[in-house]
Design a protein around this ligand. Structure first.
Ligand SMILES: Cc1cc2nc3c(=O)[nH]c(=O)nc-3n(C[C@H](O)[C@H](O)[C@H](O)COP(=O)(O)OP(=O)(O)OC[C@H]3O[C@@H](n4cnc5c(N)ncnc54)[C@H](O)[C@@H]3O)c2cc1C
Length: 460
């Protein structure tokens, strides 16, 4: 293979991408005594986990940040590298904003019209029962897979949910969990995801849910510590563009470096994996999978204030709103409570629309929304920070790749199936906590086990 005079490094295994998936794969391989190199496009590790200081030094998680119960792999990795957690602020009343009306409420859902509350509970129950029928390692084999993968969440809502309020609530849940719209999402994928994370309450909840705790030092500190353990095995500023495999091995090429390895783990989202050049070209079946897993759209916004002034008013900082650029917020202050930090998400259609406008316009619209929820003080943060993940060349959207209708039943088997020397990782390939940091770790560890198995067979 011709490497065009680039420095050529040898390794048993090359990993593409130093997010939680790639780093976990490399960590497992290093522990097994395997010579591994990780190529990372960015000048940092962590991928969709990205922590940076605000102007006053407060550490801000611009990407993934929370950990909840049953995310055992993430808990174990954090503990192994010495990163501790603290509880998400969850005291006081939440705010609901609907049709220009602002109401505060205690508990997980507002208890308004009892008929509406009953329909919410019934809908969550039927979705949970359907979700439990989706096999996590093969969603396309669910008894009703054909029916569920032939419709969107939007069409299911239209046919199965009576009240406008409950329809809106489910749509908001989709925007908050997937950062896309109900019309984008296969019902089968929605159900798979619910099962993968436990249940719908666990996906959207704080106490007992996926938003329960945060990491001291931010989630990226875990990735940084793993990268430190890996040392020179991690190469930054190395965007891979071409992967060539033949009888000799697999050649992974960046502009400035090439790695010759026996096996490779591609630990990037399917949408990005489909943009690499493969020689020989990948089977059409695999390529067509990557044509069908778009990323969601989210802009994560942080507003910093001298104090979390909403706490003094008995508010938790949590909002659910049915209109406006900002529909979901949390109190994201540091554990010390100083400064006060409001976290606000611009998701799905709002992200698509507002992502094309100027920062000034977006900031003004976001602050106007926060002022509606929390009063005029919210319109005057001392700092406004945002991260638009669709604009990131090496991510192109968040929180994760999703399946539109037909994706699982037609292409699901291609998601993890190795092709020659190539193995696939990344949170999109996880069976448990798919789309989350925990799922990324599971995928990396699974791909490392696959590779170890292959290397073992070759050696014996
Ligand atoms: C705003 C936001 C909030 C989130 N909130 C949470 C949360 O609270 N809790 C949670 O558990 N999860 C959350 N997530 C999801 C979580 O961050 C992801 O599931 C997880 O980080 C994915 O890890 P990964 O390793 O699979 O992929 P990535 O993190 O995307 O890693 C892929 C890596 O590959 C690199 N790369 C890409 N292309 C190339 C190339 N050609 N060559 C070399 N390297 C390449 C990228 O730079 C990146 O470092 C959130 C995500 C976002 C964006």
């Amino acid at each position: 293979m011709n490497t065009h005079e680039k420095p050529l490094r040898q390794a048993a295994v090359a990993v593409v991408g130093a997010g939680f998936a790639g780093l976990s794969a490399a960590r497992a391989l290093m522990a097994a005594g395997v010579d591994v190199v990780v190529l990372e496009a960015r000048d940092r590790v962590g991928g969709r986990s990205f922590t940076r200081p605000a102007s006053d030094g407060t550490l801000i998680d611009l990407g993934g940040q929370w950990i909840g119960p049953t995310q055992d792999r993430l808990a174990a990795l954090a503990e192994a590298v010495g990163v501790t957690t603290f509880h998400t602020y969850n005291e006081g009343h939440n705010i609901e904003y609907r049709n220009g009306q602002r109401v505060t409420y205690a508990g997980a859902i507002p208890m308004g019209d009892p008929l509406v509350t009953m329909e919410v509970v019934e809908t969550i129950l039927s979705l949970s029962m359907m979700a439990s029928e989706v096999p996590l390692d093969a969603p396309w084999t669910a008894p009703a897979a054909d029916e569920w993968d032939s419709q969107t969440v939007a069409s299911w809502i239209m046919q199965n949910v009576q009240s406008a309020e409950v329809r809106d609530t489910l749509s908001l849940a989709v925007q908050a969990v997937f950062s896309c719209e109900p019309r984008d999402l296969s019902l089968l994928h929605f159900l798979f995801y619910i099962h993968s994370g436990g249940n719908l309450n666990q996906l959207v909840g704080v106490v007992g849910g996926a938003q329960e705790r945060r990491f001291h030092g931010g989630s990226q500190s875990i990735a940084n510590k793993v990268a430190h353990e890996l040392g020179e095995r991690v190469v930054l500023n190395a965007p891979v563009h071409t992967i060539t495999q033949n009888d000799e091995g697999v050649l992974i090429e960046c502009d400035t470096l090439a790695i010759m390895a026996q096996q490779a783990i591609i630990a990037i989202p399917p949408a990005l994996a489909g943009r690499l050049r493969y020689r020989p070209a990948l089977p059409g079946y695999r390529d067509q999978l990557t044509q069908r897993m778009p990323m969601g759209t989210v802009i994560k916004v942080h507003c910093l204030y001298e104090t979390p002034f909403w706490r003094a008013e008995g508010l938790s900082g949590q909002v659910v709103s049915y209109d406006g650029i900002i529909r979901v917020t949390y109190d994201n202050s540091p554990e010390s409570g100083k400064p006060g930090v409001l976290l606000a998400f611009i998701e799905g259609d709002e992200g698509r629309t507002w992502g094309r406008r100027s920062l000034e316009e977006r900031r003004a619209a976001a602050l106007a929304c926060l002022a509606r929820y929390f009063g005029e003080q919210a319109a005057h943060p001392f700092e406004y920070i945002e991260q638009n993940w669709a604009e990131e060349e090496y991510t192109r959207g968040c929180y994760a790749g999703i399946m539109p209708p037909g994706g699982w039943i037609s292409y699901g088997e291609a998601l993890r199936a190795p092709i020659g020397r190539l193995h696939w990782a990344g949170t999109e390939t996880a069976t448990v906590w798919n789309g989350y940091l925990d799922g990324a770790i599971q995928s990396g560890e699974r791909a490392a086990a696959e590779v170890l198995d292959t290397l073992h067979h070759v050696a014996t």
